[in-house]
Design a binder for this molecule. Structure first.
Ligand code: 1GP
Length: 222
């Protein structure tokens, strides 16, 4: 399981306690990112986290300006559910000057936004429409196209704070059709939802809001 930390919603003084919870609950990865993050904060948060944990830190950037060399990996996201060139290719081009001189492991990732029941910040910031959960064929075709493009991860995203996580039927259909590892996130708050997603074929589940609201939740989930 991965925990998502949004630098916008954290202060440096929160980090020691956050790291204790992460370290004591077998969290596999820490994702750091958010749609709207002030400049420089990601770098500071990741530097501090590195002093507190050995859990690998994966950047999940909302903007190329959030990149930092202090993390281990960056998900090189392309928002394939949307039709906004800024998040399909422009941000990626803008990131090259930074990434070509960095030591980050870069993982080509298809980012697929699926309707999570509310307008989420990724939808607002990216100005793209999520794919309806009813439109499973489109989600599957987008995932297969992503695999043909060479994406190494497919991220099925209901959006942070979603009221409806990505459905088990969707995860199942995608995992039956692609061999690419699948990350699922958005609105997962309970052990049942977590188990349903894993049993349907998710390879990694990301928990953000539920952990922000209650950082005792990990021992209930894992
Ligand atoms: C958001 O998928 C992540 O990008 C996690 O979502 O905050 O709803 O857990 P939550």
């Amino acid at each position: 399981m991965a925990v998502l930390l949004d630098p916008d919603k954290l202060t440096i003084s929160d980090l020691p306690n956050t790291a204790v919870k992460i370290n004591s609950n077998n969290v596999d990865f820490i994702f750091v990112g958010g749609s709207t993050v002030d400049l420089g904060i990601t770098d500071t948060i990741v530097s501090e986290l590195k002093k507190l944990t050995t859990v690998p830190i994966i950047l999940f950037p909302g903007d190329y300006l959030h990149l930092t060399n202090k993390a281990d990996v960056v998900l090189f996201l392309s928002l394939l559910s949307g039709r906004n060139p800024e998040y399909l290719i422009e941000q990626q081009i803008k990131s090259v000057d930074f990434l070509k001189n960095s030591n980050l492991e870069i993982i080509p990732t298809a980012y697929i936004l699926i309707d999570g029941g509310i307008e989420t910040s990724v939808q607002r910031v990216s100005k793209t429409i999520p794919i309806s959960q009813a439109n499973i064929d489109k989600i599957v075709s987008t995932s297969i196209a992503a695999a043909y493009m060479g994406k190494q991860i497919i991220y099925l995203e209901a959006g942070s704070g979603a009221t409806v996580p990505v459905g088990a039927n969707i995860i199942k259909r995608v995992s039956n059709n692609v061999r690419v590892p699948i990350i699922v996130g958005g609105g997962i708050r309970t052990k049942t939802q977590l188990e349903n997603a894993y049993n349907s074929g998710a390879d990694l589940i990301v928990i953000g809001t539920a952990f922000e609201e209650n950082n005792e939740i990990l021992n209930k989930l894992i």
